[in-house]
Design a protein around this ligand. Structure first.
Ligand code: UFG
Length: 329
């Protein structure tokens, strides 16, 4: 069991709330900071919610003091790739400048450990046949969102040297699924992600799924991604906190399964799990989408002992489907 008070910044969001649940289960006391611009107060169930801004260092210093915070997990970020290209100011101001305020508050109050929500987007464009992506692959983001994540990782490196900051950056591939117990799940507005959209099309909540590109150089012509269950992501964050507590050296780790699924594989899994046909329309490629992104996540297994437990595609879809069909009051 772990102990102490962990600040979960962005803890009312999809992955942050799942991590708050995992933290409570691991014996930690999670304290959520969120401005609820994207997150939901209903998703904060395992500790207090401190509503406020990431960029407000005074507010964060107060929260750290009041709750005797000893470590931080940081999720708060804008995360739409397309929007980041149109509005880079929003992305660099929040994701980078906001994180600087958080780091100021932490270091001013003697908190040195942070686990950071990074992204496979830091790697940028790749050839479809280049194979799984390891942490040694070149980092050349092709949009401001990925650039903002990489900039934060670079800031961590310099802060480690100068101030003794201890950090782990977790580079997720495609977060998916919902809480296996059905307590929390994905709820984005607008929803742009493949699995919830495919499920909505199967359930008749959307007229159809547009398949963005059927001429990719992949076996079935549709784009391939490495879908990783949100509960497996949450588990990795808890392991990363324990790793830092045990004196582990700072590093970036990929989180994925090493297995790619195409858009058509996802459609087939949703049809299997729902027993319904997904109405599809073949559409043009979405700008900026790479053909294939699959993780080489062996380092996370070596360093953290992390192994995905829920991340086969049918389990991911089953949990996401149960969440989409939850009774609503
Ligand atoms: N797709 C469709 N139709 C849709 C939605 C998506 O065909 O209606 C396709 C996309 O073109 C892509 C795949 O399904 O090939 C997965 O798309 P998602 O939008 O679910 O996920 P992305 O791979 O685009 O994005 C994810 C994360 C981002 C992160 C990015 C890194 O959600 O936060 O990976 O590439 F930045």
């Amino acid at each position: 069991m772990q102990s102490g008070s962990v600040l979960i910044v962005g803890g009312a969001g999809y992955i942050g709330s799942q991590t708050a649940k995992a933290a409570a289960r691991a014996g930690l006391s999670p304290v959520v900071v969120d401005n609820l611009s994207v997150g939901h107060d209903w998703a904060v169930k395992w500790g207090p919610l401190e509503r406020g801004e990431l960029a407000d260092a005074d507010f964060l210093r107060g929260v750290i003091e009041r709750h005797k915070v000893t470590s931080v997990v940081h999720f708060a970020a804008h995360a739409y790739v397309g929007e980041s290209v149109a509005e880079p100011r929003k992305y660099f101001r929040n994701n980078v400048a906001g994180t600087l305020a958080l780091l100021d508050a932490m270091l001013d109050r003697g908190v040195k450990s942070i686990v950071f929500s990074s992204s496979c987007t830091v790697y940028g464009e790749r050839d479809a046949d280049a194979g799984p992506i390891s942490e040694a692959s070149a980092t050349e983001p092709c949009n401001p969102y990925g650039e903002s994540k990489l900039m934060v990782e670079k800031i961590f490196r310099w802060y480690a040297g100068a101030y003794g900051l201890r950090w782990v950056a977790l580079r997720y591939f495609n977060a998916a699924g919902a809480d296996p117990d059905g307590e929390i799940g994905e709820d984005h507005d607008p929803e742009t992600h493949l699995i919830p959209i495919t499920i909505a099309a199967a359930l008749g909540a959307r007229p159809e799924l547009g398949i963005f590109g059927t001429d990719y150089p992949t076996p079935d012509g549709t784009a391939i991604r490495d879908y990783i269950h949100v509960a497996d992501l949450a588990d990795a964050h808890l392991r990363a906190l324990a790793y830092l507590q045990g004196g582990g050296t700072p590093l970036a780790l990929n989180l994925g399964t090493g297995k790619g699924s195409s858009v058509k594989d996802v459609v087939a899994a949703v049809q299997r799990q729902s027993g319904r046909k997904v109405p599809v329309r073949e559409a043009a490629r979405r700008a900026g989408d790479p053909a294939a992104l699959v993780a080489d996540a062996r380092k996370a297994t070596e360093v953290l002992g992390w192994r995905p437990q829920h991340s086969d595609l049918d389990t991911i879809v089953r949990h996401a489907l149960a969440w989409a069909q939850r009774p609503r009051s």
